[in-house]
Design a protein around this ligand. Structure first.
Ligand SMILES: [Zn+2]
Length: 234
């Protein structure tokens, strides 16, 4: 009987917490700060299928320190708890609902060995599109996904800051956001490079590191020679 009573109390407090969070979301929405939920494809049992999204998940799942919280985070994401997920150079931010509404910040240190990495894959990538779609040689795949020398952040380069009271360095809210990031990479793999502060064009054959972005404007005299037309002087 006692356990039944306790279960009832726990159900009751869980419902109260849920109502309080829903009220908070409504207040934010009414004050002009609506929370935008991250939509997760429900039909894909693997969550993501594209190269960068899957490689991101595999990389994180390879660290034993994370393994206890990742499955919980994954189901949190699937159940629609992640909102306002933003990716910018070196930083992921989001809000996650649970017993309350929590702010999650995940700073990611910039990649240190970009130049060495670029040298290692010199001439192996023909187009930015090949890179973004993961059409890479086996050698390049190994370089890219290397646990410490590759393009993915090592555990020391990634921090988890969540406003929840969980003592663990990776709480289920941050874990949910990490999987949310994979969903965003699935839709737009260029976001991976944005997060790492790398221009994907740096890895394409013939591009030099640190060169200014190529101008899209072609001088008029070149136009006339390219197309074989006469352009009257202004
Ligand atoms: Zn948390």
């Amino acid at each position: 009987m006692i356990s039944e009573r306790m279960a009832w109390h726990s159900d009751e407090s869980h419902r109260e917490q849920k109502d309080a969070v829903a009220a908070k979301l409504q207040r934010l929405s009414a004050s002009g700060q609506p929370l935008v939920p991250l939509r997760v494809p429900t039909k894909n049992p693997k969550l993501v299928s594209s190269f960068w999204a899957r490689a991101w998940c595999r990389h994180l799942e390879s660290y034993h320190d994370y393994e206890t919280r990742l499955p919980r985070g994954r189901s949190y994401l699937r159940n629609g708890h992640v909102y306002n997920l933003e990716i910018e150079p070196g930083l992921i931010t989001a809000q996650v609902t649970g017993s309350d509404l929590y702010d999650v910040r995940i700073p990611v240190e910039p990649m240190e060995n970009v130049e060495a990495f670029q040298k290692a894959c010199a001439g192996s990538v023909s187009t930015v599109l090949d890179l973004l779609s993961g059409k890479l040689s086996d050698t390049l795949l190994q370089l890219v996904t290397h646990p410490t020398q590759g393009l993915f952040p090592a555990p020391g380069q990634i921090k988890f800051v969540c406003s929840c009271p969980d003592w663990a360095s990776l709480c289920k809210h941050s874990a949910a956001v990490l999987y949310g990031v994979a969903v965003r990479f699935e839709a737009d793999p260029a976001l991976f490079f944005l997060l790492r502060g790398i221009d994907p064009a740096q890895f394409v054959a013939g591009q030099s590191l640190g060169a200014p972005p190529a101008s899209h404007e072609i001088p008029e005299e070149d136009l006339s020679s390219i197309f074989g037309i006469d352009i009257p002087p202004p």
